[in-house]
Design a protein around this ligand. Structure first.
Ligand SMILES: [Zn+2]
Length: 375
């Protein structure tokens, strides 16, 4: 994996803000749309630049709290040896892209609770500061929202903690629910159940949004899609679990020699279904020519150029005994199209995501069984 690929944000259309505790922080393009929308709505209602600056300042402070919330998740996960790829700010909140969730439900609960806990601590600190300043505080949270910016931030942090604790997977509360369920049943079933609760909640939130606040519809969509995606990922994980790369390795494949012309790569591409080819010299794999490399090569130099000139030389290798879960993770994060599969250091085949997904579909079909043959 070269450094270039490592530094790519999890989400496209993101701009790097900086690094916090060794974790890259990105802001997504949609966040700027939110800022613009806030600025416009303040301008429309107050017609003053000061109000606009106040509004934007408040949103920035609020998203500062959101970053700290995500950092709470990330640093707790780090205590359990789990890295975080990056933190991304979206218009609807933040996302910490953890490498994975802890397998131990107790650890997952702590990681999930750490985010809302940060918001409660922030609210507590603001409250302490305001009391020390002897600012008279209203008894009601709603009247505090009419107060100064710090009072507003206090209320919003409490709201953030409360909202994230709703048991709607994949929100924090939903993760706690999944972990509690996972203590009683297997993880896939627990995820499926937590995801259904999450989707039911999303439906309800969408309805409320239609009646009161269109912004809630976005959050509902986010929860709905998130619940579906997480349930899918968990399903794949459980189907891959216990399998090694030996189950998915492609041993029957075409390869190229570095001296071949791109014309031969065109012929192999058109003759079969393989899109990416290992480049082999003697017994050794020395590169990979993906379809993208081929097309770029053809565009730049035509079909007579050699494979060597356009192949990628950074090859990821995997041992045939490596677990499929780990191979899948590497394929998703390395940005490479295929891995060279070795046994005792010798090349025995290749593997790509399509092939692993094929295996997943087959395992799923076998697991569900054929209803026609069920007694
Ligand atoms: Zn959270």
């Amino acid at each position: 994996m070269n450094d270039n690929q490592k530094n790519e944000p999890t989400m496209k259309w993101s701009m790097r803000l900086g690094t916090l505790a060794g974790i890259a922080v990105y802001v997504h393009a949609t966040f700027f749309i939110l800022l613009l929308w806030i600025a416009l709505s303040y301008w429309r209602s107050e017609q003053s630049l000061q109000a606009v600056i106040h509004g934007i300042g408040f949103i920035l402070a609020l998203f500062g709290c959101v970053v700290l919330h995500e950092l709470g998740h990330a640093l707790t996960a780090r205590r359990f040896g789990i890295k975080t790829r990056d933190i991304t700010l979206l218009s609807i909140g933040g996302v910490a892209s953890l490498e994975k969730m802890p397998d131990d439900p107790r650890q997952e609960i702590l990681v999930a609770l750490a985010g809302p806990a940060v918001n409660i601590v922030i609210a507590g600190l603001i409250w302490l500061w305001l009391s020390l300043q002897q600012i008279i505080m209203p008894d009601q949270l709603s009247s505090m929202l009419q107060g100064n910016m710090l009072q507003q931030l206090l209320v919003v942090n409490l709201f953030l903690a409360g909202f994230n604790l709703l048991p709607a997977f994949p929100m924090d509360g939903g993760r706690v629910l999944r972990a509690i369920l996972a203590m009683r049943m297997d993880r896939t079933a627990a995820t499926r159940r937590a995801a259904s609760v999450g989707q039911a909640f999303a439906l309800w939130l969408g309805l409320v949004g239609m009646l009161y606040n269109p912004f809630l519809i976005f959050i509902a969509l986010f929860v709905w899609i998130g619940a579906m995606a997480e349930a899918g990922t968990e399903e794949i994980r459980s189907l891959l679990h216990g399998n090694t790369l030996a189950h998915a390795v492609i041993t029957n494949f075409e390869s190229l020699s570095p001296h071949d012309s791109l014309a031969r790569a065109i012929k192999l591409t058109l003759d079969g279904v393989q899109k990416d080819f290992p480049v082999i010299q003697g017994e050794e794999i020395i590169g990979v020519l993906t379809q993208e490399d081929l097309l770029r090569g053809l565009h730049e130099q035509g079909a007579l150029a050699t494979v060597r000139e356009h192949m990628q030389t950074n090859i990821e290798r995997a041992d045939v005994n490596e677990s499929l879960e780990s191979v899948m993770k590497r394929l998703q994060s390395c940005g490479c199209r295929l891995l060279a599969v070795t046994e005792n250091g010798q090349l025995v085949g290749i593997v790509n995501i399509d092939n692993i997904m094929e295996l997943v579909r087959i395992e799923a079909a076998l697991k569900e069984g054929n209803p026609a043959f069920r007694g």
